[in-house]
Design a protein around this ligand. Structure first.
Ligand code: ADP
Ligand code: ADP
Length: 225
């Protein structure tokens, strides 16, 4: 089980407030890793640093052996990210939006249709390419968010609170989709919901006040409860 991401002694301060307090962990190839903790624990701050969207105060992050801080472009090519509150391009169709995302990732023009088809197929959006994003249900908007996160076939997909605001049926569908992403990608799932971790993850890390307090398999976690 080769490790794909290495995080060493990662810190983030906001002024004097320490949001992430020296965490270290690894993410293995193809696993779904849960990042579980209450509001304010430091999950989003960690996800933003892992995806190259926020500079750490200190520490090291490597992706496939590449240092994210020294080679951000190369490392970020291996990362897909669905933030907690992604920008919603309501006035674009699914195809228009995913084409735009593919271009941002510098996917060769000739390869864009195949990339779109694969991402839509994976996310259950094959029939939805011409729909306006603003007219989709929240569950389908979240599928579009996941599709943009995998459009460039990243090694790792980071999903921040991906089922917040969805109804129970949408939650079940999105969790099944997350489960399916594992194996093909490493997935890091940030959530405050224990059942979400139980339904989707191979392993879990609990973050509390910026520190990792538990790192275990799901079975191991359940034995602790
Ligand atoms: P979580 O995602 O687990 O809810 P966050 O990572 O969003 O937690 O926040 C961790 C802590 O850092 C919280 O106390 C939050 O208020 C603080 N924080 C996050 N972002 C900022 C910021 N940009 N400026 C100041 N404080 C922040
Ligand atoms: P979460 O829902 O993950 O806890 P928040 O709602 O706390 O995230 O934060 C949303 C945005 O506001 C993020 O970009 C975060 O970095 C920023 N933020 C959070 N807390 C603070 C804070 N105390 N001061 C300034 N910005 C903050």
């Amino acid at each position: 089980e080769a490790s794909l991401i290495g995080v060493e002694h990662l810190y983030r301060y906001f002024g004097t407030h320490c949001a992430v307090n020296g965490i270290s962990f690894e993410v293995r190839r193809g696993e779904v890793l849960g990042f579980l903790g209450p509001n304010g624990a430091g999950k989003s701050t960690t996800m933003r640093m892992l995806t190259g969207n926020l500079a750490p105060s200190a520490g090291r992050i490597t992706v496939g052996g590449i240092d994210l801080l020294e080679h951000p472009k190369r490392a970020k090519a291996a990362i897909g990210y669905l933030p907690e509150q992604p920008p919603l391009y309501r006035e674009l169709t699914v195809n228009e939006y995913l084409t735009y995302c593919a271009r941002l990732h510098r996917i060769e023009r000739a390869r864009i249709p195949a990339a779109l088809a694969a991402a839509k197929e994976r996310c259950g959006l094959t029939e939805s390419g011409d729909r306006l994003i603003g007219n989709l249900s929240k569950g389908y908007q979240q599928r579009v968010g996941i599709a943009q996160a995998i459009i460039h076939s990243p090694d790792v997909v980071v999903l921040d609170e991906p089922t917040v605001g969805l109804d129970p049926i949408q939650i079940r569908e999105i969790r099944a989709l997350i489960r399916e992403l594992g194996g093909e990608h490493s997935v890091i799932l940030s959530t405050h919901i224990l059942p979400e971790v139980q339904a989707t993850c191979d392993r879990v890390q609990i973050i509390h006040q910026g520190e990792l307090v538990v790192s275990d398999t799901i079975a191991g976690l359940e034995q602790r409860m």
